[in-house]
Design a protein around this ligand. Sequence first.
Ligand SMILES: CC(=O)N[C@@H](CCC[C@H](N)C(=O)O)C(=O)O
Length: 384
Amino acid sequence: MAVFSESELFAIRRHLHQIPELALKERETHDLLLKKVQELKQDFLVVKEPSELPTALLVLVKGSDPQRNIGYRADIDALPVEEDTGLPYKSTHPGIMHACGHDIHMSVALGILSYFSEKQPKDNLVFFFQPAEESESGGMKAYNLGLFTGDFQVDEFYGLHDKPDLPAGAIGCREGTLFAGTCEVNIEIEGKGGHAVFPQKAKDSVVALASLILQIQTIISRSIDPIESGVITFGKLEAGHIRNVIADHARIEGTIRGLTQAMIEKIIDRIKEVCQGVALSYGVKVTPEFNQGGYWPVENNPELTKNFISYMRDAEDVDYIETAPAMTGEDFGFLLNKIPGTMFWLGVDDDSSLHSATFTPKEAAIYKGVQAITGFLAYRMAQG
Ligand SMILES: CC(=O)N[C@@H](CCC[C@H](N)C(=O)O)C(=O)O
């Protein structure tokens, strides 16, 4: 029954780090978050555990004289990455790791929540611990299930992502687009198998696939305006069974990135055309499939973001850094399309990048983040 101290937040973060879980399976994480919320003073708190999205957790902090409901979102899922940090508190779940720093996001949110559980806010605050940011569009699911209605309605939303190339605790932001929109792309190739030495009798899906990948990569260099830019990465490839049988089937899985929805749509259209061309050239069937879900470009609301930046820039204890747009994606983009708000970065100072097995964010960022954001929320509420 007190505000979590810096050392308590470190302990919470380490515990969360040890129990990473994949999208929509964040049961242990949910239970730990709930336990921590239950340790707080309950006078102003209302907890919602939606059965339709069972690993999500919403906590309302009732304001003393509410003019609006301010939302704060922290994502809670982890990635299928085998941790290689050597940390004494490393993941205890084989093959799964908080390699995107959502353990930091959750700890910061708990720190802010604990502060306002003791010091009642003026406005209502809605904390949303969101499952499934890395895949499965948890933010979109929550919105479409109507979780932000009634007492949990949100008028403006804020949320952060950690950033390894900013100093620990620094706040980064920009007006306009902060994160790219993303779209998952899977492509199946159906050819005809046969003996390795009779290629003329087969339709080789591996050769078609090799050509397809190289041609698709030219979309970025040849089909789009270099000033606007985009990314296509295939991170997974499957084909064949053995060296001396021509593979009848191949499949690739990738991700498309663009800073505008128009760019994503342009890349999708060109991929479809290239698939048709490869199908003709190699006599194979090529079937692309696209899934954008809730990973829309993260577009910060102009007024709210100007206000956020103005506070962070002027605040004495905040190291504010203007950042460029990033090609990372975030399903907070969907929520910000429905509810105005601001996404921003929290520096965690590490040489390893997000999603790497050695990613080791600096814990010093947690408390600095809590202080900067509680300061901002108090300022925002005082604006009337
Ligand atoms: C912050 C971050 O790293 N987010 C992920 C989101 C991935 C969304 C989607 N499933 C995709 O891969 O296209 C990212 O990879 O940027």
